[in-house]
Write a protein that binds this ligand. Structure first.
Ligand code: 3HC
Ligand code: NAI
Length: 737
């Protein structure tokens, strides 16, 4: 036992309610002895079973204290002649969620998790793991090191390390294939998905299914049964899942080919395959050494840092000030104004979340079109076999339409998605002010318009909020919650609550032209246009952006969204544009020809016969050449690296301005916006995390260099300058508000 073997009293200071959840009131037999606590791990003999409980809120992550406590508990059980078996359980809602992710990248502390797993596996008394809730990553690896496993109906088991840029690093790559075979083990590790209790049983990951949620009681009964049967210890490293070498080899080859195709640029998936191959070709101890070596390579990879940043950032965005200070209003029914692209998508998102939805349109024809837009989504699912006609009918029973605003008299929330014109929006809000019940949340999906002005135009500005969905609104995860000056905190909190219901990722944004995402997009899109006029083709730029990790480049996105939308915005803003600022006219020349992208079979690319993937268009290149001549520019070449330096510098600089002006609360809010709304590669963590990785002095030096050519466009953000002067980074601003 590590430290003192003296039993210490149970630690009542922490997590009392959780102690009650797993208290002995569930136990029929036998009388428990006093518990011994070792920080977050307590052990207590019940009859001849030593029950080891991990109680490390919120999710029983395997931090250093848990590892020490587990090791000590196994030592104590070995030393206790009265203990004939060991039961490991988790307190609270989970067994163990895995290694403590916050420890990665810090100095390692002993004992390591592989050592703890080995100690469990080497225990001379049968060890039983009783799993409820999450047994993920290192949590499942602890369970795999036990000799017998029981899963409660709530259990979810998985090896999701790949999502963090890692591989299972505590024997998972060696034990899982031996237990369940290479193919299913690889599938779990490469997908990172969670398997439910029944599936875990059929895979052979667990030996028995529990019948109720009380894993501790059922685990204890299972352990007592093992003792009564004189069951031997049964070590996973001796399991026979690798007996069929040919099948194992074929599974490895198939996974390698598939991963090469699908995991473009990701580091850890191939390392996972390499480690699992070690299970096939090496003795266990050598396989473990290989796994450790590959795990450390993953730990050192910048992708690990980016992915773990993304993991925490997407949880931090939920902690906006209003979600802490206010209680959301009721959310049991919704109204949508407008049944176009966005209104229909938002209606589907609401219906999918189980809400009844009322849509209001201008007239019967538009209403029928709005309804058809909604039905089209479900018909698509039916065509793909992902929905039955009966299920569609059940969903559509919750949908109603009207051409009268009076239909909104009783709804809890209305989202407006009509044309992007201030006059039209204000007229709609006047109607909402007239008909909606007191306390209804009145939301606008505007992309750019001043929500303070919309709010000020009605009698209840405290109820007006921006809910900026992204297209297609039923699919895209991002929801910008735009907070005007007069809105009440509980309305903002209701926006976050709605996001949760819709399974979206909410980011709090302030009011400005384009909020967080579109405002920053407008700037780096201009940087791309400048490069296009200076000599890079749109195809070069798209390729560089894709090779950086985006699914599409900016010109492909423009073709997908439709060039006419941006064209209309540019025309609207022409009068207020700084005449000194550089303005690239290529997009206007393309739109003037009626080439709006995919929907017209032509934009920056050609889309022969409605193809979704475009091919380069020599006529577009000729237009660009002509524009260069008109602007007096001699084209030069750009390397991919130069393209990305400019693209990212523009994005990061505007990101810094957005944080400085409190449009985004923290740099991480910008990161999450780009990860979930703009296809930013997750393994880079988001633009602000990327800037920290590159180094802010380098980004600032780039901007200053580019400013020599165009000082109006390239103005270093005062926040960036200040951080560089202080030797600080964006991460230092990421503490929760
Ligand atoms: N380490 C540290 N903190 C963790 C954590 C972990 N493994 N898992 C969750 N947390 C934290 C979250 O950051 C959050 O903190 P906050 O309240 O301060 O924001 C809190 O626990 C609750 O998490 P969720 O909000 O995600 O809670 P849910 O109930 O929605 O989900 C869960 C629970 C399914 C366990 C989910 O948290 C999860 O998927 N966690 C990560 C699991 C994982 O990736 N495990 C593998 C880790 S790597 C590993 O084990 C390496 C090993 O092979 C060596
Ligand atoms: P759209 O043109 O497809 O749909 C607008 C709908 O509003 C039409 O069906 C129209 O009949 C209806 N409408 C107009 N005036 C109305 C009124 N007074 N009462 C009731 N219905 C009325 O437009 P889209 O693309 O759906 O955009 C809607 C809003 O969403 C705009 O504010 C836009 O800026 C915003 N937005 C658009 C995104 C996109 O990718 N299209 C993304 C995010 C926000």
């Amino acid at each position: 036992m590590q430290g003192s073997p003296e039993p210490r009293p149970l630690d009542f200071a922490r997590g009392l309610p959780r102690k009650q959840e797993t208290s002995d009131t569930h136990m029929a037999t036998p009388t428990p002895r006093p518990s011994t606590s070792n920080g977050p791990v307590t052990f207590q003999r019940q009859g001849d079973v030593c029950v080891v409980t991990i109680d490390n809120p919120p999710v029983n992550a395997l931090g250093v204290d848990v590892r020490r406590g587990l090791a000590a508990a196994i030592d104590a059980a070995e030393a206790d002649s009265g203990a004939k078996a060991v039961l490991i359980v988790g307190a609270g809602r989970n067994f163990i969620a895995g290694a403590d992710i916050r420890e990665f990248g810090q100095a390692p502390q002993q004992p390591s998790l592989p050592e703890v797993c080995l100690k469990i596996e080497n225990c001379t008394k049968p060890v039983i793991a009783a799993i409820h809730g999450a047994a993920l990553g290192g949590g499942l690896e602890i369970a795999l090191s036990a000799h017998y496993r029981l899963a409660a109906p709530t259990a979810k088991l998985g090896l999701p390390e790949v999502a963090l840029g890692l591989l299972p690093g505590s024997g998972g790559t060696q034990r899982a294939p031996r237990l369940i075979g290479v193919k299913p083990a690889l599938e779990l590790m490469l997908s990172g998905r969670h398997a439910g209790a029944k599936e875990a049983l059929s895979l052979g990951l667990v030996d028995r299914l529990g019948t109720e949620a009380d894993a501790r009681a059922e685990g204890l009964a299972y352990a007592q049964e093992r003792v009564a049967a004189n069951a031997p210890v049964r070590r996973t490293r001796e399991a026979t899942g690798l007996a069929d070498k040919d099948a194992a080899r074929a599974a490895l080859d198939a996974a390698r080919a598939d991963t090469a195709k699908k995991s473009r640029g990701l580091f850890s998936p191939m390392k996972i395959i390499e480690a699992v191959e070690g299970a096939l070709t090496l003795p266990f101890d050598e396989g473990m050494a290989l796994e450790r070596q590959l795990f450390l390579q993953c730990i050192d990879s910048p992708q690990r840092a980016g992915l773990i940043h993304a993991f925490f950032a997407e949880r931090e965005v939920l902690k906006a000030p209003e979600t802490r200070s206010a209680t959301p209003r009721a959310l049991t029914s919704a109204g949508i104004v407008g049944g176009g692209t966005m209104g229909a998508g938002i209606a589907v998102a609401m219906l999918d979340a189980g809400l009844p939805v009322t849509m209001v349109e201008r007239d019967d024809t538009q209403l029928a079109r709005g309804r058809a837009n909604v039905e089209k989504v479900y018909d698509g699912l039916i065509a793909k076999g992902r929905m039955t006609p009966e299920a569609k009918a059940a969903v559509m029973a919750r949908f109603s339409g009207s051409t009268s605003y009076d239909a909104f008299a009783n709804v809890d929330i209305v989202v407006e998605a009509v044309f992007e014109e201030m006059g039209v929006k204000k007229a709609v809000f006047a109607e909402l002010d007239r008909v909606c019940k007191k306390g209804a949340v009145l939301a606008t999906n505007t992309s750019y318009l001043d929500i303070d002005e919309i709010a000020a135009s009605i009698s209840r500005p405290q109820d007006v909020v921006g809910l900026h969905f992204f297209s297609p609104a039923n699919i895209m995860k991002l929801l910008e919650i735009v907070v005007p000056a007069k809105v009440s905190a509980d309305v903002v909190a209701t926006g976050f609550e709605l996001a949760k219901k819709l399974k979206k990722v909410p980011v709090r944004a302030g009011v400005c032209d384009g909020f967080i995402g579109n405002r920053i997009l407008a700037v780096y899109r201009q940087a791309a246009d400048h490069m296009m006029e200076d000599g890079a083709s749109p195809y070069d730029i798209d390729a560089a952006v894709r090779n950086f990790g985006y699914p599409m480049g900016p010109f492909q996105v423009s073709d997908l969204a439709g060039g006419d939308i941006g064209w209309a915005t540019r025309k609207r803003k022409a009068a207020t544009r700084d005449p000194q600022a550089r303005y690239v006219q290529v997009a206007d020349r393309i739109c003037e020809r009626g080439w709006f992208g995919q929907k017209t079979q032509r934009g920056y690319y050609l889309y022969p016969e409605g193809a979704r993937t475009g091919v380069p268009d020599p006529e577009v290149l000729a237009i660009i050449d002509a524009e260069r001549v008109r602007a007096g520019i001699t084209p030069r070449t750009f390397t991919e690296e130069e393209i990305m330096r400019r693209y990212m510098a523009a994005m990061v600089n505007e990101g810094a301005n957005v944080v400085l002006q409190r449009i985004a609360l923290r740099p991480l809010d910008v990161d999450v916006t780009f990860l979930y709304g703009y296809g930013f590669p997750r393994h880079r963590g988001g633009p602000m995390k990327y800037a920290d990785t590159v180094g802010l002095p380098k980004v600032l030096a780039d901007i200053r260099e580019f400013a020599k050519e165009d000082p109006i466009f390239w103005k270093p953000s005062p926040l960036l300058v200040e951080l560089v002067e202080r030797g600080a980074d964006f991460a230092s601003l990421n503490q929760s508000e």
